[in-house]
Design a protein around this ligand. Structure first.
Ligand code: HEM
Length: 409
């Protein structure tokens, strides 16, 4: 019944090309899905699991969507068929940002600029103590207040302070940077995204010049020195790489923190478990990442290919619905439930193959330290009964809009 409601008549929408099986056409806009009334974007997106595994939607110029973990992983890994040269839906909404917009083998040359700054050792030895100090200070400030709106008081602030330290940027411009980031990753109009993109590249262009003159230990210095590489070809490579670092590291971690606290607030037993058994925290981080895939990433189909009855043509787009991967009930029992003791099962939330998240150790470390410090210093938190319930929103990166928490101060 529900599936029948999702599958729409292609005549009504009138935009499915003739090779698309009408049984695979859904009226589904991933940037404005139906079913958001309760404010839970995962529930709204998961309605897609009631239909076929791979579907076509006429929204945003028409594109495929993969909704199941096995297909999402295959698309992430199979760059020979699914190119990253165009990876946003609608097309053209993601600026040129090497390495994420390149396929192997060219991808590797830009990725090599990033890798040394993101090793697990470097993250844990150099940045973890600083991240812990930031998080401890925030928790100390919140604790006596008895309540907070988590997103503005913590979820946005912690990643940006930690990230600014990581990239050696002036903290006083954080609000401006955040605004640009949100304009780019939310479901905003093209003009707003382009304006944000121009502001970011303008700033980053100047910054890279400065780093070239005054090198430091940070990744922006590494990127600025790409200019001396014999394979350097144009200035946009530099600003594109810098913009990717900037965008990759902010919204994702802020959202991951927000969704994590949302789950904890509805489950005091999980909070107690973190307090009683801190050794479970690394597993908790990955379970929370599994539950909350965040970035829906597109690929350009390079050759005609058939997947689960979907006849895809070269030149069409497929959007990997990564937030649905961890909610796949064929892979994870009771997937909406967070279970720190779930048997280890890989997830696709950090990508796979060539584009696997370069910031994974940084992101994981920030989440782990947050859970450690929160469990140590905060009492059990709950949703604030005097405030509106939590709410989230769609986008190429899913976002928590508000999360009011309360506790006994
Ligand atoms: C919980 C936090 C994070 C999540 C869920 C996440 C998710 C992802 C995913 C799914 C991809 C693969 C995209 C694709 O297949 O096209 C990716 C790539 C990437 N991420 Fe993350 N990310 C997180 C944190 C970070 C952080 C902290 C950074 C730091 C700057 C970062 C930087 C990047 C970059 C640069 C890439 C592109 C890698 C490449 O193309 O080789 N991410 N991320």
């Amino acid at each position: 019944m529900e599936a029948a409601r999702l599958i729409v008549d292609d005549v009504r929408l009138g935009e499915a090309p003739p090779h698309v099986d009408p049984a695979l056409v859904v009226d589904f806009d991933y940037l404005a899905p139906a079913g958001m009334e309760g404010g839970d974007v995962y529930k709204a997106l998961s309605r897609l699991h009631q239909g076929p595994d791979v579907v076509w939607t006429p929204h945003h110029g028409g594109h495929w969507m993969s909704t199941r973990a096995e297909d999402i992983k295959w698309v992430q890994e199979t760059w020979e068929l699914f190119s990253s040269k165009e990876k946003s839906v609608p097309r053209g909404s993601l600026p040129y940002m090497p390495p994420i917009t390149y396929d192997p083998p060219d991808h590797a040359r830009y990725r090599a600029v990033f890798n040394p700054y993101f090793t697990r050792r470097r993250i844990e030895e150099e940045y973890e103590p600083k991240a812990r100090a930031v998080i401890q200070a925030l928790v100390r400030r919140l604790r006596p207040q008895g309540r907070c709106e988590f997103v503005s008081a913590f979820g946005i602030v912690a990643p940006i302070v930690i990230f600014f330290d990581f990239v050696n940027l002036p903290y006083d411009r954080r609000d401006e940077f955040l605004g640009w980031g949100h304009q780019l990753s939310g479901g905003n109009a093209r003009e707003a995204r382009m304006a944000a993109h121009q502001s970011i590249t303008g700033y980053l262009g100047e910054l890279l010049e400065q780093r070239l003159e005054h090198p430091g230990p940070d990744i922006f210095t590494g990127i600025s020195q790409w200019r001396d590489n014999p394979r350097f070809s144009h200035r946009e490579e530099l600003t594109g790489m810098a913009e990717l670092v900037f965008l990759g590291g902010l919204d994702t971690v802020a959202s991951a923190m927000g969704f994590a606290l949302w789950r904890l607030a509805e489950r005091p037993d999980l909070q107690q478990r973190l307090k009683d058994d801190p050794a479970v925290i690394p597993a908790a981080v990955d379970e929370l990442l599994r539950r909350h895939g965040l970035s829906s990433t597109g690929r350009l189909i390079k050759e005609d290919v058939e997947l689960k009855g979907a006849r895809m043509k070269a030149g069409e787009m497929i959007l990997n619905m990564v937030p649905l991967s961890g909610l796949d009930d064929r892979v994870y029992d009771d997937p909406f439930t967070v279970d720190f003791d779930r048997p280890p099962a890989p997830h696709n939330s950090l990508g796979n193959g060539a584009h696997r998240c370069v910031g994974q150790h940084l992101g994981r470390m920030e989440l782990r330290v947050m859970l450690e410090e929160w469990a140590k210093a905060m009492p059990i938190v709950r949703f604030d009964p005097d405030q509106p319930p939590p709410s989230s929103s769609p986008g190429s990166v899913l976002k928590v809009d508000r999360l009011h928490l309360a506790w006994d101060a």
